[in-house]
Design a binder for this molecule. Sequence first.
Ligand code: NAD
Length: 358
Amino acid sequence: MNARIVLLPGDGIGPEVVAEAVQVLDAVCDLYAHEFEYAERQIGGAAIDTTGTALPDETLADCQSTDAVLLGAVGGPKWSDPSATVRPEQGLLGMRKGLGLYANLRPVRVYDELVDSSSIKAETIAGVDLLVVRELTGGIYFGARQEGTQTAYDTMIYSAAEVRRIARVAFEAAMKRKKKVASVDKANVLASSRLWRRVVEEVAADYPEVSLEHMLVDSAAMKLIRYPAEFDVIVTSNMFGDILTDEASMLSGSLGMLPSASLGGGKLGMYEPVHGSAPDIAGNNLANPIGTIMSAAMLLRTSLGLDSEAHAVEEAVEDVLSRGYRTADIANPDDKRVGTIEMGDLIVEALQRRKDAQ
Ligand code: NAD
């Protein structure tokens, strides 16, 4: 197939990890006879430096008319003055809004080879394979607010339509997984959560094969650490999702391993690793590119419909890990330590070997 992908390398380690993911996408093209055209555009601090804005009009316009977007990371100490009016994160928020990306999907898997890399006991995290579906464009981050010197307030507002569309994303995902949804809210206190619960129930009626459990967010935060392997799909609102996705990311041992997808109504999606620009290791060939490479696998599957190619990339990553190769963030003393570039090369080689063996 022919597809066009906009690359937004961004700041810090962003360009390093995106380069490895592109190498993997190129290998997919060669091995499976596809043609991907790339357009590299600016976002974040790099865009501020050259254009004065974190999301140049040209970047957003190009992303609106493409098949998929692959992003590295934005931000860094150079642009971190809290009083600045132009900040790198505005690039991300502008992309979510401009592309209508209301669903953020973060799969968290604990690889058998890496169970000892997590700060949580190996027996607790063995077999973890869950997906957090976070609502991204509504809720308390977007409600009316007022900030005075003595009082301040924020408003958590959800419409039934917003809840319905994110619930559908979660149930559709569950149908392709273990058919379990945990809907996380705070319905014992919040009116918006009671609406959330009612609408999720309505959507659940269309998916009789999927089991639904409602969970209060405080209890979900506890269970995620105590019994993480019992979860399949978690669906939740913007703020609860913000917190729970960071908590869930720690199950895997390193932020560098985790991919994400932000989706809207159609096929277009933005794919990016969960981590930030890691200025402490940028430019030293130390970054783990696996989160970005797995994001590219999500791109292949979700925006381009190339399921077996996505699966091949995921298997190639597992193959390399099972042969003991690790970047510094996931390495134990006995592992074979490699840098960003070498890890990318190893994954490409594993893809090629897998194809040759077919
Ligand atoms: P971070 O994710 O950049 O780094 C946290 C820690 O994890 C650091 O020690 C870093 O070295 C390590 N790390 C992260 N990714 C890694 C990888 N791929 N391989 C190996 N180690 C990795 O978070 P932070 O330090 O809080 O933020 C740094 C900058 O990134 C800030 O400017 C922040 O605003 C920005 N940020 C951007 C995004 C994004 O672009 N989506 C997300 C989070 C933070």
